[in-house]
Design a protein around this ligand. Sequence first.
Ligand code: SF4
Length: 386
Amino acid sequence: MSGQARCLLPGSDYIPRVDSDATTEALCQKVWAGERITGDEAARLYELPLSQIGALADRRRRLAKADAYDGRGNEIATYNIDRNINYTNVCNVYCKFCAFYRTEKQDDSYVITRAEIDQKIEETIALGGTQILMQGGHHPKLDKQWYLELLSHIRDKFPQINIHAFSPSEFIHFRDVFGESLETLIRDFREAGLGSIPGGGGEILVDEVRQRISPLKAMSDDWLEVMAVAHKLGMASTATMMFGHVESLGHRIEHLERVRRQQDETGGFTAFIAWTFQGENTKLKAPTVGANEYLRMQALSRIYLDNVPNIQSSWVTQGLEIGQVALQYGANDLGSIMIEENVVSEAGTTFQMGVADMRRLIEGIGYEPRQRDNWYRLVDVQAAAA
Ligand code: SF4
């Protein structure tokens, strides 16, 4: 990567001290000190050699997670055990990047039964899981009562399980179909058992991009409004980004800016998760984004999102090894073991990982592996003993 601007990182003796210019150096010092950066500065950082943006992101991870030690001086990285449950694949939104949806008439369309839900949750609990991540298509015919009864059934039968469910675009669908305000819907869903809201459907929070890849889906302001209402009601959520399709770097930075601004206002995002578009079986044609761009973007996310405490790496789309390396590029969490995943696997990506692999990957890169819950509280045996 010769010819690129480089920076002289304080405390980094492995970064070649060549080619530095005053502007780049000042920017790197600013990042190293933990200061907030602008969009223009983000674009400049993105051009640094990968190892350097990684070192800066690692520094910011350490500043953000200064308490992430196990009491014996070991730095920790966390993971979660939960299960993806997609309650229906019927959807009338037809996103161009999606290989998961079906129309009601297709033979392999489904709506999950109670018996299937129960079995999946029982398997999750048997594996030490603490949560289900439940999302689905925008089914045109399921009514509000169906969702409320589903939630209360799960809550009553499995009170130890957090129901992390219904992304903002599903709530926008509920608002439009049920004719009720987001506040009423989120309150009612919470009362029935909903514990937290996943950031699915964030894609790129720039409408000109959304118009190209998912014109019938919730637009940027809708997505952010659901999160604002949820946060004001005291519910936690995550924020996501799916990149590597039709968007530019400027769009990605605008996405980060919108997440950061929202977090400044309402503070309810527990984590940010970025992953790359998986194109097989989808209508969207775009070149595949490789590990370099993934790691670079994740590192930039850690630096830019100075008010989001946790950054999750995406082994599900990048594979186990890149997911592991991402822990040195700003991530402090390896996500979930994913007992079941249906959406990116429909798009041709089928990486699998069990708890032993998860712990091995974290240990292999020098951290103490610890299981956490949705709020990033440690829940494993060591935590109980501490
Ligand atoms: S991504 Fe979600 S909303 Fe879009 S078509 Fe697929 S299931 Fe429907």
